[in-house]
Design a protein. Structure first.
Lengths: 77, 154, 154, 77
Protein backbone atom coordinates (compact mmCIF):
# COMPACT_ATOMS: atom_id res chain seq x y z
CA UNK A 1 0.00 0.00 0.00
CA UNK A 2 1.27 3.43 -0.97
CA UNK A 3 0.16 6.82 0.30
CA UNK A 4 1.17 10.35 -0.51
CA UNK A 5 2.16 12.43 2.54
CA UNK A 6 2.23 16.24 2.71
CA UNK A 7 3.48 18.58 5.41
CA UNK A 8 2.61 22.24 5.90
CA UNK A 9 3.86 25.33 7.72
CA UNK A 10 6.02 24.84 10.85
CA UNK A 11 5.62 21.07 10.60
CA UNK A 12 7.14 21.09 7.10
CA UNK A 13 10.12 22.99 8.56
CA UNK A 14 10.46 20.49 11.44
CA UNK A 15 10.11 17.40 9.22
CA UNK A 16 12.39 18.94 6.63
CA UNK A 17 10.33 17.99 3.56
CA UNK A 18 7.09 19.13 1.96
CA UNK A 19 5.84 15.80 0.64
CA UNK A 20 6.82 12.19 0.05
CA UNK A 21 5.49 8.78 -1.00
CA UNK A 22 5.31 6.20 1.79
CA UNK A 23 4.86 2.42 1.28
CA UNK A 24 3.54 -0.10 3.76
CA UNK A 25 4.09 -3.86 3.52
CA UNK A 26 0.70 -4.87 4.88
CA UNK A 27 -2.72 -4.00 3.48
CA UNK A 28 -3.81 -2.08 6.57
CA UNK A 29 -2.33 0.87 8.44
CA UNK A 30 -3.66 3.84 10.39
CA UNK A 31 -2.63 7.48 10.28
CA UNK A 32 -0.91 6.81 13.60
CA UNK A 33 1.22 4.02 12.02
CA UNK A 34 2.16 6.42 9.23
CA UNK A 35 3.07 9.23 11.64
CA UNK A 36 5.40 6.90 13.60
CA UNK A 37 7.03 5.89 10.31
CA UNK A 38 7.70 9.45 9.08
CA UNK A 39 8.45 11.37 12.29
CA UNK A 40 9.91 11.18 15.79
CA UNK A 41 7.55 13.88 17.04
CA UNK A 42 4.92 12.55 19.49
CA UNK A 43 1.34 12.89 18.25
CA UNK A 44 -0.53 15.66 20.07
CA UNK A 45 -3.31 18.25 19.86
CA UNK A 46 -0.94 20.50 17.98
CA UNK A 47 -0.65 18.12 15.04
CA UNK A 48 -3.71 18.09 12.79
CA UNK A 49 -4.31 15.52 10.07
CA UNK A 50 -6.36 15.38 6.90
CA UNK A 51 -6.92 12.37 4.65
CA UNK A 52 -7.96 13.16 1.08
CA UNK A 53 -8.43 16.79 2.14
CA UNK A 54 -10.88 16.06 4.97
CA UNK A 55 -9.99 16.55 8.64
CA UNK A 56 -9.72 13.27 10.50
CA UNK A 57 -7.75 11.80 13.40
CA UNK A 58 -4.86 9.42 14.12
CA UNK A 59 -7.14 6.34 14.21
CA UNK A 60 -8.24 6.77 10.59
CA UNK A 61 -7.54 3.61 8.51
CA UNK A 62 -5.61 4.31 5.33
CA UNK A 63 -6.31 2.98 1.85
CA UNK A 64 -3.93 2.62 -1.07
CA UNK A 65 -3.55 5.93 -2.89
CA UNK A 66 -4.70 8.13 0.00
CA UNK A 67 -3.30 11.63 0.35
CA UNK A 68 -2.43 12.29 3.98
CA UNK A 69 -1.50 15.76 5.27
CA UNK A 70 0.00 16.74 8.62
CA UNK A 71 0.01 20.32 9.81
CA UNK A 72 -0.08 22.57 12.89
CA UNK A 73 -3.25 24.33 14.12
CA UNK A 74 -4.47 26.73 11.46
CA UNK A 75 -3.96 30.50 11.77
CA UNK A 76 -5.86 31.87 8.80
CA UNK A 77 -7.74 35.02 7.94
CA UNK B 1 -21.41 30.25 -4.03
CA UNK B 2 -17.77 30.70 -4.93
CA UNK B 3 -14.35 30.53 -3.30
CA UNK B 4 -11.29 32.18 -4.78
CA UNK B 5 -7.69 31.85 -3.56
CA UNK B 6 -5.60 34.80 -4.71
CA UNK B 7 -1.79 34.94 -4.92
CA UNK B 8 -1.78 38.64 -5.82
CA UNK B 9 -3.06 41.76 -4.10
CA UNK B 10 -6.82 41.87 -3.64
CA UNK B 11 -9.16 44.81 -4.08
CA UNK B 12 -12.02 43.48 -1.94
CA UNK B 13 -14.53 46.12 -3.04
CA UNK B 14 -13.85 45.44 -6.72
CA UNK B 15 -14.05 41.69 -6.06
CA UNK B 16 -17.48 41.93 -4.46
CA UNK B 17 -18.73 44.46 -6.98
CA UNK B 18 -17.67 42.25 -9.93
CA UNK B 19 -19.09 39.10 -8.37
CA UNK B 20 -22.40 40.80 -7.58
CA UNK B 21 -22.77 42.06 -11.14
CA UNK B 22 -21.87 38.69 -12.67
CA UNK B 23 -23.53 36.23 -10.31
CA UNK B 24 -26.53 37.85 -8.62
CA UNK B 25 -29.91 38.25 -10.35
CA UNK B 26 -30.63 42.00 -10.17
CA UNK B 27 -33.41 43.27 -7.92
CA UNK B 28 -33.89 40.10 -5.88
CA UNK B 29 -31.58 40.54 -2.90
CA UNK B 30 -32.36 43.05 -0.20
CA UNK B 31 -28.86 43.40 1.04
CA UNK B 32 -25.33 42.16 1.37
CA UNK B 33 -23.12 41.87 4.44
CA UNK B 34 -19.40 41.99 3.84
CA UNK B 35 -16.46 41.31 6.08
CA UNK B 36 -13.00 42.36 4.94
CA UNK B 37 -10.07 41.34 7.12
CA UNK B 38 -6.86 43.27 6.59
CA UNK B 39 -3.31 42.69 7.76
CA UNK B 40 -2.50 44.87 10.75
CA UNK B 41 1.04 46.03 11.47
CA UNK B 42 0.97 44.63 14.98
CA UNK B 43 0.22 41.19 16.38
CA UNK B 44 0.90 39.98 19.92
CA UNK B 45 3.07 43.04 20.53
CA UNK B 46 5.57 42.51 17.68
CA UNK B 47 6.01 45.07 14.95
CA UNK B 48 5.20 42.98 11.93
CA UNK B 49 6.83 44.09 8.68
CA UNK B 50 5.59 41.39 6.33
CA UNK B 51 3.69 38.15 6.33
CA UNK B 52 3.51 35.03 4.23
CA UNK B 53 0.38 32.94 4.23
CA UNK B 54 0.72 29.23 3.50
CA UNK B 55 -2.25 27.09 2.47
CA UNK B 56 -3.13 23.59 1.30
CA UNK B 57 -4.22 23.97 -2.33
CA UNK B 58 -7.37 21.95 -2.93
CA UNK B 59 -8.22 21.29 0.70
CA UNK B 60 -8.39 24.99 1.53
CA UNK B 61 -11.01 25.65 -1.14
CA UNK B 62 -12.90 22.45 -0.31
CA UNK B 63 -12.99 23.28 3.39
CA UNK B 64 -14.19 26.87 2.86
CA UNK B 65 -16.92 25.58 0.51
CA UNK B 66 -18.04 23.21 3.25
CA UNK B 67 -18.29 26.08 5.75
CA UNK B 68 -20.23 28.17 3.21
CA UNK B 69 -22.58 25.26 2.49
CA UNK B 70 -23.28 24.96 6.23
CA UNK B 71 -24.23 28.66 6.26
CA UNK B 72 -26.50 28.14 3.23
CA UNK B 73 -28.18 25.21 4.98
CA UNK B 74 -28.65 27.11 8.20
CA UNK B 75 -29.81 30.55 7.02
CA UNK B 76 -32.00 31.84 4.21
CA UNK B 77 -29.29 33.34 2.03
CA UNK B 78 -29.13 33.80 -1.74
CA UNK B 79 -25.42 33.64 -2.47
CA UNK B 80 -22.01 33.89 -0.85
CA UNK B 81 -18.51 34.70 -2.05
CA UNK B 82 -15.19 34.22 -0.29
CA UNK B 83 -11.81 35.49 -1.48
CA UNK B 84 -8.66 34.69 0.48
CA UNK B 85 -5.13 35.91 -0.12
CA UNK B 86 -2.13 33.58 0.12
CA UNK B 87 1.59 34.23 -0.35
CA UNK B 88 3.55 37.33 0.63
CA UNK B 89 1.78 40.39 1.95
CA UNK B 90 2.43 43.59 3.87
CA UNK B 91 0.48 45.55 6.49
CA UNK B 92 -2.74 47.15 5.17
CA UNK B 93 -3.20 44.34 2.61
CA UNK B 94 -6.70 42.87 2.60
CA UNK B 95 -6.44 39.17 3.45
CA UNK B 96 -9.97 37.85 3.39
CA UNK B 97 -13.34 38.87 2.02
CA UNK B 98 -16.63 37.21 2.97
CA UNK B 99 -19.79 38.47 1.24
CA UNK B 100 -23.30 37.13 1.84
CA UNK B 101 -26.44 38.20 -0.05
CA UNK B 102 -29.96 37.64 1.23
CA UNK B 103 -33.49 38.99 1.09
CA UNK B 104 -33.40 39.97 4.79
CA UNK B 105 -30.34 41.41 6.47
CA UNK B 106 -30.56 39.29 9.61
CA UNK B 107 -29.68 36.15 7.63
CA UNK B 108 -26.74 37.86 5.91
CA UNK B 109 -25.29 39.11 9.19
CA UNK B 110 -25.56 35.72 10.87
CA UNK B 111 -24.24 33.77 7.89
CA UNK B 112 -21.33 36.17 7.22
CA UNK B 113 -20.25 35.98 10.85
CA UNK B 114 -20.54 32.20 10.83
CA UNK B 115 -18.44 31.86 7.69
CA UNK B 116 -15.62 34.15 8.85
CA UNK B 117 -15.57 32.60 12.34
CA UNK B 118 -15.35 29.01 11.11
CA UNK B 119 -13.03 29.89 8.25
CA UNK B 120 -10.59 31.47 10.75
CA UNK B 121 -11.03 28.61 13.17
CA UNK B 122 -10.69 25.73 10.75
CA UNK B 123 -9.61 26.53 7.18
CA UNK B 124 -6.06 25.39 6.40
CA UNK B 125 -4.05 28.62 6.33
CA UNK B 126 -0.86 29.32 8.25
CA UNK B 127 0.66 32.72 8.90
CA UNK B 128 4.42 33.26 8.93
CA UNK B 129 5.31 36.72 10.21
CA UNK B 130 8.47 38.73 9.58
CA UNK B 131 9.12 41.30 12.34
CA UNK B 132 10.93 44.63 11.88
CA UNK B 133 13.99 42.93 13.39
CA UNK B 134 13.89 40.51 10.42
CA UNK B 135 12.81 37.53 12.52
CA UNK B 136 10.55 35.01 10.77
CA UNK B 137 8.18 32.96 12.86
CA UNK B 138 5.09 30.86 12.35
CA UNK B 139 2.09 32.30 14.19
CA UNK B 140 1.06 29.75 16.81
CA UNK B 141 -2.55 30.71 17.25
CA UNK B 142 -5.03 33.30 16.04
CA UNK B 143 -5.09 36.18 18.49
CA UNK B 144 -8.89 36.40 18.28
CA UNK B 145 -9.49 32.68 18.59
CA UNK B 146 -6.93 31.26 21.02
CA UNK B 147 -7.03 27.53 21.18
CA UNK B 148 -10.12 26.99 19.09
CA UNK B 149 -8.24 25.25 16.29
CA UNK B 150 -7.67 22.38 18.66
CA UNK B 151 -11.36 21.55 18.62
CA UNK B 152 -11.21 20.41 15.00
CA UNK B 153 -11.50 16.72 14.19
CA UNK B 154 -12.14 15.67 17.76
CA UNK C 1 -17.44 59.10 11.64
CA UNK C 2 -19.33 60.50 8.69
CA UNK C 3 -22.86 60.56 7.29
CA UNK C 4 -23.62 61.35 3.67
CA UNK C 5 -27.04 61.86 2.12
CA UNK C 6 -26.93 61.26 -1.63
CA UNK C 7 -29.48 62.47 -4.20
CA UNK C 8 -27.80 60.57 -7.03
CA UNK C 9 -27.01 56.91 -7.66
CA UNK C 10 -24.58 55.38 -5.19
CA UNK C 11 -21.75 52.96 -5.85
CA UNK C 12 -21.45 51.56 -2.31
CA UNK C 13 -18.16 49.75 -2.94
CA UNK C 14 -16.55 52.89 -4.35
CA UNK C 15 -17.93 54.92 -1.44
CA UNK C 16 -16.42 52.65 1.17
CA UNK C 17 -13.17 52.25 -0.73
CA UNK C 18 -12.75 56.04 -1.07
CA UNK C 19 -13.67 56.71 2.54
CA UNK C 20 -11.29 54.03 3.81
CA UNK C 21 -8.39 55.46 1.79
CA UNK C 22 -9.10 59.03 2.89
CA UNK C 23 -10.14 58.61 6.52
CA UNK C 24 -8.56 55.47 7.97
CA UNK C 25 -4.96 55.35 9.16
CA UNK C 26 -3.39 52.47 7.19
CA UNK C 27 -2.44 49.25 8.97
CA UNK C 28 -4.35 49.91 12.19
CA UNK C 29 -7.76 48.29 11.61
CA UNK C 30 -8.12 44.55 11.51
CA UNK C 31 -11.32 44.54 9.53
CA UNK C 32 -14.42 46.21 8.27
CA UNK C 33 -18.01 45.03 8.27
CA UNK C 34 -20.25 46.47 5.61
CA UNK C 35 -23.97 46.33 5.09
CA UNK C 36 -25.41 47.43 1.75
CA UNK C 37 -29.19 47.54 1.44
CA UNK C 38 -30.58 47.57 -2.08
CA UNK C 39 -34.00 48.26 -3.47
CA UNK C 40 -35.82 45.05 -4.23
CA UNK C 41 -38.48 44.86 -6.95
CA UNK C 42 -41.08 43.46 -4.60
CA UNK C 43 -42.47 44.63 -1.27
CA UNK C 44 -45.56 43.29 0.48
CA UNK C 45 -46.54 41.46 -2.69
CA UNK C 46 -46.70 44.46 -5.02
CA UNK C 47 -44.54 44.71 -8.11
CA UNK C 48 -42.66 47.88 -7.41
CA UNK C 49 -41.45 49.79 -10.46
CA UNK C 50 -39.87 52.80 -8.78
CA UNK C 51 -39.51 54.44 -5.40
CA UNK C 52 -38.99 57.89 -4.03
CA UNK C 53 -37.39 58.36 -0.64
CA UNK C 54 -38.30 61.47 1.35
CA UNK C 55 -36.17 62.70 4.25
CA UNK C 56 -35.88 65.61 6.68
CA UNK C 57 -32.69 67.46 5.70
CA UNK C 58 -30.68 68.26 8.80
CA UNK C 59 -32.56 66.02 11.19
CA UNK C 60 -31.83 62.89 9.16
CA UNK C 61 -28.05 63.47 9.32
CA UNK C 62 -28.22 64.49 12.98
CA UNK C 63 -30.23 61.43 13.94
CA UNK C 64 -27.96 58.99 12.08
CA UNK C 65 -24.91 60.60 13.74
CA UNK C 66 -26.56 60.03 17.11
CA UNK C 67 -27.08 56.33 16.32
CA UNK C 68 -23.46 56.04 15.14
CA UNK C 69 -22.21 57.77 18.30
CA UNK C 70 -24.15 55.27 20.39
CA UNK C 71 -22.37 52.45 18.53
CA UNK C 72 -18.99 54.14 19.12
CA UNK C 73 -19.79 54.45 22.84
CA UNK C 74 -20.91 50.87 23.11
CA UNK C 75 -18.28 48.98 21.09
CA UNK C 76 -14.56 49.31 20.51
CA UNK C 77 -14.67 50.56 16.93
CA UNK C 78 -12.29 52.83 15.04
CA UNK C 79 -14.53 54.54 12.52
CA UNK C 80 -17.90 54.31 10.83
CA UNK C 81 -19.41 55.63 7.61
CA UNK C 82 -23.03 55.78 6.53
CA UNK C 83 -24.29 56.74 3.09
CA UNK C 84 -28.03 56.93 2.41
CA UNK C 85 -29.82 57.58 -0.87
CA UNK C 86 -32.80 59.89 -1.09
CA UNK C 87 -34.97 60.91 -4.06
CA UNK C 88 -36.04 58.75 -6.99
CA UNK C 89 -34.68 55.27 -7.42
CA UNK C 90 -35.39 52.00 -9.22
CA UNK C 91 -35.06 48.32 -8.28
CA UNK C 92 -31.46 47.15 -7.84
CA UNK C 93 -30.35 50.63 -6.66
CA UNK C 94 -28.29 50.55 -3.47
CA UNK C 95 -30.14 52.58 -0.83
CA UNK C 96 -27.97 52.44 2.26
CA UNK C 97 -24.39 51.65 3.17
CA UNK C 98 -23.15 51.13 6.72
CA UNK C 99 -19.41 50.48 7.19
CA UNK C 100 -17.69 49.92 10.54
CA UNK C 101 -13.93 49.52 11.06
CA UNK C 102 -12.39 47.97 14.16
CA UNK C 103 -9.36 46.09 15.43
CA UNK C 104 -11.46 43.00 16.17
CA UNK C 105 -14.26 41.81 13.94
CA UNK C 106 -16.73 41.08 16.73
CA UNK C 107 -17.07 44.80 17.49
CA UNK C 108 -17.57 45.69 13.82
CA UNK C 109 -20.28 43.07 13.36
CA UNK C 110 -22.18 44.16 16.46
CA UNK C 111 -21.83 47.89 15.75
CA UNK C 112 -22.77 47.59 12.06
CA UNK C 113 -25.87 45.61 12.93
CA UNK C 114 -26.81 48.11 15.64
CA UNK C 115 -26.45 51.08 13.30
CA UNK C 116 -28.50 49.59 10.44
CA UNK C 117 -31.21 48.33 12.82
CA UNK C 118 -31.68 51.66 14.60
CA UNK C 119 -31.26 53.66 11.43
CA UNK C 120 -34.09 51.67 9.82
CA UNK C 121 -36.18 51.88 12.95
CA UNK C 122 -35.77 55.54 13.72
CA UNK C 123 -34.05 57.71 11.10
CA UNK C 124 -36.46 60.08 9.33
CA UNK C 125 -36.86 58.54 5.87
CA UNK C 126 -40.14 57.73 4.16
CA UNK C 127 -40.61 55.47 1.16
CA UNK C 128 -43.14 56.22 -1.56
CA UNK C 129 -43.53 53.31 -3.96
CA UNK C 130 -44.78 53.31 -7.53
CA UNK C 131 -46.21 49.95 -8.59
CA UNK C 132 -46.22 48.54 -12.13
CA UNK C 133 -49.86 49.62 -12.35
CA UNK C 134 -48.65 53.20 -11.83
CA UNK C 135 -50.10 53.52 -8.32
CA UNK C 136 -48.13 55.67 -5.88
CA UNK C 137 -48.39 54.95 -2.20
CA UNK C 138 -46.49 55.76 0.96
CA UNK C 139 -45.09 52.66 2.62
CA UNK C 140 -46.80 52.32 6.02
CA UNK C 141 -44.19 50.28 7.81
CA UNK C 142 -40.86 48.57 7.16
CA UNK C 143 -41.47 44.96 6.22
CA UNK C 144 -38.55 43.82 8.38
CA UNK C 145 -39.45 45.97 11.39
CA UNK C 146 -43.25 46.08 11.65
CA UNK C 147 -44.41 48.44 14.30
CA UNK C 148 -41.06 49.28 15.78
CA UNK C 149 -41.13 52.92 14.67
CA UNK C 150 -43.93 53.46 17.14
CA UNK C 151 -41.54 52.95 20.04
CA UNK C 152 -39.66 56.18 19.29
CA UNK C 153 -40.05 59.15 21.62
CA UNK C 154 -42.19 57.35 24.12
CA UNK D 1 -44.50 83.45 20.00
CA UNK D 2 -43.75 82.13 16.51
CA UNK D 3 -42.73 78.63 15.45
CA UNK D 4 -41.86 77.08 12.11
CA UNK D 5 -43.85 73.95 11.31
CA UNK D 6 -42.84 71.28 8.79
CA UNK D 7 -44.74 68.23 7.48
CA UNK D 8 -43.29 65.18 5.79
CA UNK D 9 -44.38 62.24 3.64
CA UNK D 10 -48.05 61.13 3.83
CA UNK D 11 -48.75 63.73 6.52
CA UNK D 12 -47.64 66.50 4.16
CA UNK D 13 -50.11 65.16 1.58
CA UNK D 14 -52.92 65.02 4.16
CA UNK D 15 -52.22 68.50 5.58
CA UNK D 16 -51.77 69.89 2.09
CA UNK D 17 -48.65 71.96 2.82
CA UNK D 18 -44.98 71.27 3.49
CA UNK D 19 -44.24 74.05 5.98
CA UNK D 20 -45.70 77.19 7.57
CA UNK D 21 -45.11 79.80 10.29
CA UNK D 22 -47.54 79.62 13.21
CA UNK D 23 -48.02 82.41 15.80
CA UNK D 24 -49.43 82.05 19.31
CA UNK D 25 -50.83 84.96 21.37
CA UNK D 26 -49.54 83.71 24.72
CA UNK D 27 -45.98 83.02 25.76
CA UNK D 28 -46.53 79.29 26.35
CA UNK D 29 -47.86 76.50 24.18
CA UNK D 30 -47.25 72.77 23.81
CA UNK D 31 -46.79 70.68 20.69
CA UNK D 32 -50.32 69.42 21.36
CA UNK D 33 -51.70 72.99 21.25
CA UNK D 34 -49.88 73.53 17.96
CA UNK D 35 -51.20 70.30 16.46
CA UNK D 36 -54.80 71.25 17.32
CA UNK D 37 -54.21 74.63 15.65
CA UNK D 38 -52.84 73.24 12.37
CA UNK D 39 -54.79 70.04 11.87
CA UNK D 40 -58.09 68.24 12.45
CA UNK D 41 -56.40 64.86 12.65
CA UNK D 42 -56.45 63.34 16.14
CA UNK D 43 -53.02 62.85 17.70
CA UNK D 44 -51.96 59.18 17.73
CA UNK D 45 -49.06 56.75 17.66
CA UNK D 46 -48.89 57.19 13.92
CA UNK D 47 -47.97 60.86 14.17
CA UNK D 48 -44.37 61.47 15.24
CA UNK D 49 -43.04 64.86 16.28
CA UNK D 50 -39.59 66.45 16.42
CA UNK D 51 -38.70 69.84 17.90
CA UNK D 52 -35.47 71.37 16.62
CA UNK D 53 -34.70 68.06 14.92
CA UNK D 54 -34.95 65.91 18.06
CA UNK D 55 -37.73 63.39 18.62
CA UNK D 56 -40.11 64.45 21.37
CA UNK D 57 -43.80 64.12 22.26
CA UNK D 58 -47.03 66.12 22.31
CA UNK D 59 -46.41 67.47 25.85
CA UNK D 60 -43.21 69.26 24.82
CA UNK D 61 -43.36 73.01 25.67
CA UNK D 62 -42.54 75.25 22.73
CA UNK D 63 -40.24 78.29 22.70
CA UNK D 64 -40.22 81.19 20.28
CA UNK D 65 -38.34 80.27 17.12
CA UNK D 66 -38.66 76.50 17.52
CA UNK D 67 -38.81 74.30 14.43
CA UNK D 68 -41.52 71.68 14.87
CA UNK D 69 -41.92 68.75 12.46
CA UNK D 70 -44.81 66.30 12.18
CA UNK D 71 -44.48 63.08 10.23
CA UNK D 72 -45.68 59.46 10.01
CA UNK D 73 -43.64 56.49 11.30
CA UNK D 74 -40.37 56.26 9.41
CA UNK D 75 -39.81 53.66 6.68
CA UNK D 76 -36.16 54.12 5.78
CA UNK D 77 -33.28 51.97 4.52
Amino acid sequence: MKVKVRYFASLRDKIGRSDEQVSFDGASATVSDLWTKVSNIPASDSILVAVNMEYTNMNHKLKDGDEVAFFPPVTGG
Amino acid sequence: MKVKILKDAMDPYKEVSDYEREALPPGKHGGVVLFVGTMRDFNDGNDVRAMSLDHYPGMTEKHIEKVMQEAHDRWDIMDSYVVHRVGDMVPTDPIVLVAVWSAHRRDSFDACRYIINYLKESAPFWKCEVTKAGVKHWVEHNSEDPGVAKRIAK
